[in-house]
Design a protein around this ligand. Sequence first.
Ligand code: GLC
Length: 429
Amino acid sequence: MTAIPQPAATAGNMDWFVHDRFGMFIHWGLYAAAARHEWIKHIEEIPDDIYDKYFQHFDPDLFAPEEWARMAREAGMKYLVITSKHHEGFCLWDSAHTEYKATNTPCGKDLLKPVVEAFRAEGLRVGFYYSLIDWHHPEFTIDPMHSMRNHPDAKKWNETRDMAKYREYMREQVRELLTQFGDIDIIWFDFSYPNAELNGLKGKGHEDWGSEELLQLVRELRPGIIVDNRLDLPPEKADIHTPEQFQPHAWVTVNGKPVHWETCQTFSGSWGYHRDEATWKSPEQLIRMLVNTVSCGGNLLMNVGPTARGLFDDRATAAIKVYADWMALHSRAIYGCTQSEFTPPPDCRYTQNGDRLYLHIFAWPFKHLHLPGLAGKVAYAQLLNDASEVRIFDDAANKQEWMHPDALTLELPVQQPNCVVPVVELFLK
Ligand code: GLC
C-alpha cells in the first residue's frame, strides 16, 4: 500500500476542483477560420495585414453556446476553460481596451458572455484562458515566438514598442474578465518562455508580464480563484500545475513535492479547429486518458476547437459522446476519486473514494483477476455498468489452484461488458 500524496495548501479554492476532476477546454478565435492550428500566424509568419482577412470574415452564424454547454454537461464535464484571448491577440469579449474583438467582426457581438451564461445554466463552473502572448498588440515586443520574429525590421520595430503599456493593457483586460462575468473560478495564463532566444530576440518571463502585480490583482479581484503555473513565478504561487500533450503516470511533483495538477489534452493534434489534421484519438484512448489522470490524483481538461461557423464539428461531437456514454454509467468512479493506496493488477487502474475502490480494466482477462493486497479487505463487488455481482474468491483456507496466496480473486464474465473501459466497484470492509 502507498500513501496518497497530499499537496500543500495554496490560495485557490481547490475542494470543488479536486472533486470534479473533468473539464472542457475550448480554443476558439480567428484561427478557427484558418482551420489549420491556433499557431498558424506564427507557423506561417503571417503579417497582420494578411491575417486580417480572418477578422474581416469571422461570422460564426451557427454559434449556439447552449448546445456546447449541453454536450459538456452530458459528457460529465464539470467546468469550462475558454480562450478569452489566444496568442493572436483577438478578444472574444467586448473589451473596452481594444478594437481587435468579436464585436467588430461581421459577427458583431460579444461571444464570451453567452458562453459563460450557457455553461452556468448547465451547472458548470467557468474559467478563462488568457494569453500573455499577443502577436497583434502594437506595444508587444517582437520575440522568438512572435509571428514577425524573422522580419528584418523586428529589432527596429522593438525600439518604439513599450511593454509597460502592454502590461497595463493586460491588467485592464484581466480586470474586465474578472469583474464583468460574475464569479470566475479559474484563470489560465499561457505562457512564459524566459530562456528562449532567437537572433538576439529574447524570450519573456515574469518581469515582462509583470506577473507578481498581475497575480496580486487576480487575488484581490477573486480571492478563491484557481491560477495556473505559467506566469513564470515560484511554483508555490500557482494553485495548479498543467502538463499538456503527454500522460503523467504518477502524481505530479514540483521540486519533489506533490502538487494539484490538471493535464490538458486535445482530441486531435491541434487546440484550435484544424480541418485536415487526422490524429483523432480512439474511444479507448479518450477514456483511458481520463482514468489514467484521476488514478494519479489529477484533473483532465479536454479540449474542443469549434469551427468558424460556431459549431463543434462531427469529429468533436463524436468524441464528446464517447465521454457521455461512459460517464453516464461510470462517473462515480471519477468524481470525488483520487489515487488509490492499493496497487492494481497489470492492465488495470484504481481510482478510490474512501471505502469505494474502482478497478478500471483496460485489457479484459479470461475469467479471473487477482488483486494484490486486498485479501480479506473487500465485502462486495459489482460491475459498475449494470450493478451485476462479481463473485469474490477470498477464503485463505480454501485457495483454489487458480487463486493467488496473498490476493483476492474476482471471477469475471468471459465476455467484456459493452463499455469502452469496464469498471468493477469494490466495497471495502
Ligand atoms: C500550448 C499551445 C497553446 C495552447 C496551450 C494550451 O501553450 O502553444 O496554443 O493554448 O498549450 O495548454
